[in-house]
Write a protein that binds this ligand. Structure first.
Ligand SMILES: NC(=O)c1ccc[n+]([C@@H]2O[C@H](COP(=O)([O-])OP(=O)(O)OC[C@H]3O[C@@H](n4cnc5c(N)ncnc54)[C@H](O)[C@@H]3O)[C@@H](O)[C@H]2O)c1
Length: 437
């Protein structure tokens, strides 16, 4: 079996390294962040991801997974190097490829024998071929270094199961050898029936951004319908349900609410919009501009509703915010819709108290000025308005009658539409749900 390295141990890279080790591979993982490497090497996941930490420990203990900060060591160890570094939003919405380039540049001078670099990061079309030329020019092994692109579709919160049993594996390759190596690495999921789709580099890069563009469009579509429902006095919830029964449409990603956020969808659709513009495909650029605008508009809508139910102004109002992660089962607050709403509440003079089951430490690093409460009840103490912004299942278990005992006013905005509105109303709460009359 080929020995494997993973470059970049963030949400994607660490999960990938752990899962490859769990599939039986010998894995060496590297990052430039010393603290992350020290934590991971000691068996502690540097971020919250259900099921990851026990698997991390298991594979370290089994001797299949090690960590390093040395590129010469990594280059000497691996026959296949997975590139998992970040590709954040850069200037004018374009993807910032400086981490991909820096990782390739750090690795290349130490590549002295035949090997394959497999990109997993989400990148604009054309990046893989540029990485190939760049690495071949700098590597002593020259043309014996190959590049493939194997985009990742894992969802934070389900990252382990998505890595071990993905819906499909996409492999952009330029040689039969690259395909053979990827087949060997993914032998277990392939044997279990996971489809492998082999294609050219450019198409593989585009599959990932097209998938994210589609998902973002689906969310923004139902949120646009929520806007129509609000204007027409209709109810978006039964509308979404009725649409979802149509097998051509499907129920998933059709939940109206506060919209999408996180470290992927928002920056990926902006990067794709920039690429589409550069390629002269104005239709995709304008579609994604609209998708982004609808999504941002949901944040405005929550603020407008909050202002309205608070009596016209948020200044001096005590607001409890439930949920700050960009989605449940994650501690990720990158482009979190909830955190954006908190920013706006604070800017309008509200006194904001925030609760989240796991994401408060990350939120506090970005917004140290907000108040963070250890429990829902502490967050809601004296609140004149409660905002439900991230749909953790814990919040569905709140007893509204008990919570009523600590707030100043029983008013809640459910921006995710997942609370039992009847239960809350019965306990004397005034409940507003985005998209419902
Ligand atoms: N997070 C997800 O759910 C997810 C899913 C699919 C695809 N992706 C894509 O995967 C990529 C990584 O995303 P992420 O969420 O893991 O980001 P992240 O910021 O959590 O992790 C990136 C890691 O790369 C490291 N790094 C940066 N420069 C490096 C270098 N030169 N050498 C070694 N390590 C370096 C950083 O220190 C960091 O630990 C992005 O392109 C993203 O779009 C992410």
């Amino acid at each position: 079996m080929p020995r494997v390295t993973v470059i970049g141990t963030g949400y994607l890279g660490l999960t990938h390294a752990v899962c490859l080790a769990d599939l039986g591979h010998e894995v060496l993982a590297i990052d430039v962040d010393e603290e992350k490497i020290a934590k991971a090497a000691s068996g502690e996941a540097p971020f919250f991801e259900p099921g990851l930490e026990p698997l991390l420990r298991k594979n370290i203990d089994a001797g299949r997974l090690r960590f390093s900060m040395s590129f010469p060591e990594v280059a000497g160890f691996g026959e296949v190097h997975f590139l998992c570094v970040g590709t954040p939003e850069g200037d004018a919405g374009r993807a910032d490829l400086s981490f991909v380039e820096a990782a390739a540049d750090a690795l290349a001078p130490h590549l002295t024998s035949e090997c394959l670099i497999v990109g997993k990061s989400t990148v604009p079309v054309g990046t893989a071929r540029r990485v190939l030329s760049r690495v071949r020019a700098a590597a002593p092994a020259g043309r014996r270094v190959d590049v493939a692109w194997n985009p990742e579709f894992l969802r934070e919160g389900f990252a382990v199961q998505d890595s071990l049993a993905p819906d499909r594996i996409v492999a952009g390759v330029t040689s039969p050898r690259a395909e053979a190596l990827l087949r060997e690495i993914y032998a277990t999921p392939l044997a279990a029936g996971v489809p492998l789709l082999v294609m050219d580099l450019e198409t593989a890069e585009l599959v990932k951004v097209a998938a994210n563009a589609f998902l973002a469009t689906k969310i923004s579509f139902i949120n646009a319908m929520a806007e129509v429902c609000e204007a027409a006095g209709a109810d978006v919830m039964p509308l979404a349900e009725a649409l979802g029964y149509d097998a051509r449409i499907g129920r998933r990603f059709l939940s109206p609410g506060l919209g999408f956020g996180g470290g992927c969808l928002p920056k990926d659709i902006r990067a794709f919009r920039a690429t589409a513009s550069e390629l002269g495909v104005g239709s995709v650029a304008s579609l994604l501009t609209t998708v982004d605008a609808i999504n941002q508009g949901r944040r405005d809508r929550v603020i407008a509703l909050a202002r309205q139910v608070a009596g016209g102004t948020l200044a001096g109002r005590r607001v409890a915010v439930l949920g700050v992660a960009f989605k449940p089962n994650s501690d990720d607050v990158r482009d979190s819709p909830s955190l954006a709403v908190c920013d706006r509440l604070a800017a309008e003079g509200a006194i904001v108290s925030v609760h989240d089951p796991v994401a408060m430490a990350n939120a506090a690093r970005k917004r140290p000025d907000l108040t963070y409460a250890r429990t829902v009840f502490q967050a809601a103490e004296g609140a004149e308005l409660v905002l439900h912004l991230t749909e953790w299942s814990d919040y569905q278990a709140i007893d509204p009658a008990a919570l009523a005992g600590v707030v100043a006013r029983r008013v809640i905005i459910d921006a995710r539409g997942t609370l039992d509105a009847g239960l809350w109303s019965d306990a004397g709460w005034s409940v507003r749900i985005l998209g419902r009359p």
